[in-house]
Write a protein that binds this ligand. Sequence first.
Ligand code: SMO
Length: 702
Amino acid sequence: MKVQQHSYIGRSPDKREDRVFLTGQGCYTDDVALSDPLQVHFVRSDVQCGKIIEIEIDDASQADGVLAIHVGAEMGDLGKLAINPVLPMMFTPDYPILATQTVGAVGQPIAAVLAGTKSQAVDAAELVYADIADGTAQSRDLAAQHWACGDVDAEIARSAHVVECTVQHPRLAPSPMEPRAIAVAYDDATQSVTVWHSTQTPHRTRSELAAILGLDAGRIRVIASHVGGAFGMKASLYPEDVFTVWAAFHHKRDVKWTATRSEEFLSATHGRGVTSHGQLAFDEDGTFLALRADVSAPLGAWVPNSGLITGWNAARVLPSGYRMPALDISTKAVMTNLAPTGIYRGAGRPEANVLMERLIDKAARVLGCDLFEIRERNLLDAAALPHETATGNVLDSGSYAQALSMLKEKAGYDACLSDRDARRAQGELVGVGVAFYVEPSGNGWESARVTWDGDGRVQVASGSSSQGHGRETSFAQIVADVLNVSIDRVDVTMADTATSPEGIGALASRSTAIGGSAVLKACEEIKARHASGEALPLSADIRYENEGQAWGYGAYLVVLSVDRETGTPHLERVTCVDDAGRIINPTLVDGQIRGGFAQGLGEALMERVVYDEDGQLLTGSFMDYALPRALDVPALEIHKFETPSPMNALGAKGVGEAGTIGAPAAILNAAVDALSPLGVRDLTMPLTSQTLWQAIWAAEQG
Ligand code: SMO
């Protein structure tokens, strides 16, 4: 008998989620049908900071459809929103679910209206009067860390050259398709709730809600149905989420809150905003001797779970994949009177990378050295991996030189340069930019329960989750290969705390590498037991812990021209080379790289959250905040190769953040190169036509 051997890994079967999404049959949190739910609308501070004198709710309470209006004092003693302490903290910030004595940012919730319909809640909220005594905005350092090795001062003193750079990253609004949303069904018989939450981390939602509300976790079931994008913005629990669940218990009724887009600009976590300064010392032959870097990461008036991760990654990812004999890196996270910041696709990695690659670009310019040569000279050799950096990270595997040589060949680098030079001679402003990047991924543990039924079907319950990025398909591919069944016989479920094993979720470029490894291990256990005679049905529960982080990496080349009259940038060509480790589904990998690149392009060229001097948001809608549209993103030439990571069972490396890490550095370098004939040596993102026009104009004035 001929046995059919299934082979799905490394191929791109149809993404099983697509039909539902593309035909409008997705069920997002706002689509969940509740039983006569109360609708929440928050009254938010309209001043940046100050002392609350009075919150007057009488008129609003009489408004149509209003069931209750709550202020913070009524909520009693609650636990605190948790903070992941990746950086040592100097104090624990205090932040109530609804402001009680003071407010710290425009948009902070100070009262909540519960009404029969959303419009009734919105109308009544207009009648709430808050008297707040204007205070003075201030910054407070919350957390800091310092790493050092070698003697940076001595290396700088003996070096042939030192270049310096300051990079200011714009604050960005992550802008997932679906705003934050939470729908709570209250069950009176069991005094428990089912919470549909638009989150990347459903298990964390449950444990944190239980801790804050002082409830047994068994009384809270959390389901992340279709999520519609998250990008780090939905990895932390928000005060609005806690209030909504509190209200369901308090009123013993179903309660629902869905943010408006304006509320997202105002009060969801922003990303980036980091300011970094660096000095790179190097020899006459371009060999790096020392790096000094100072990173300052802005926080808002309250700190979400992920708040410290950006400043931590922005520092610890330095000096990327380069040899650096001496290193001195400081980072700090600073509380401000603005909206909160948190992780946003890349979460500090783009910040580290832009600083490093800008410094290298400057070094190449000082030496008149080729962009590839200076990187090749300093990148760690394949034989030097694994390599532990001075910030305590272990770069695991791969060939950085291969990424560069592949990029050079695929992009036709020599022709790019000669073409650029010919056009320059005609007066065109055109530049070539290169950036290498590393992407720490696949951290920690994840779980999977795999059941192989007697009828040959396989049920997978993963502790990971999905944001619409195809996890169900890639997990099914792994199962089908290991158990040698048709992919159609594999069902994948996740993101329901009642049916999924305890897990982490979909963030930090981890779900395939670690969630997929858990699925792989569970399948291997079942297969072994079946082979040694155990009959179906068989089930395996795996909690998979990695061996260490898998460091993806790659290199991007960008050709960018600037219209001399208007400053308008044109991304003419983009070539991407990525080592994604073992690739399960090439189409999904390409999708991640493309989507990440689009968001990296947004940072580099278009997006910026702007406040006025009183902390009032000036970019509160897509009329004022420029998110890239499909036509703004050029076709990418994507090339991949696979060096399996030894750090997880699959050998996968994350690529979820690759594009956001590689794109800004490559685009910024290309733009500076385009304007370099005018003497321009630095530019600040986003490189809007106004920014570029002003740089051209200033240069031409001499
Ligand atoms: S910034 Mo990501 O969703 O960990």
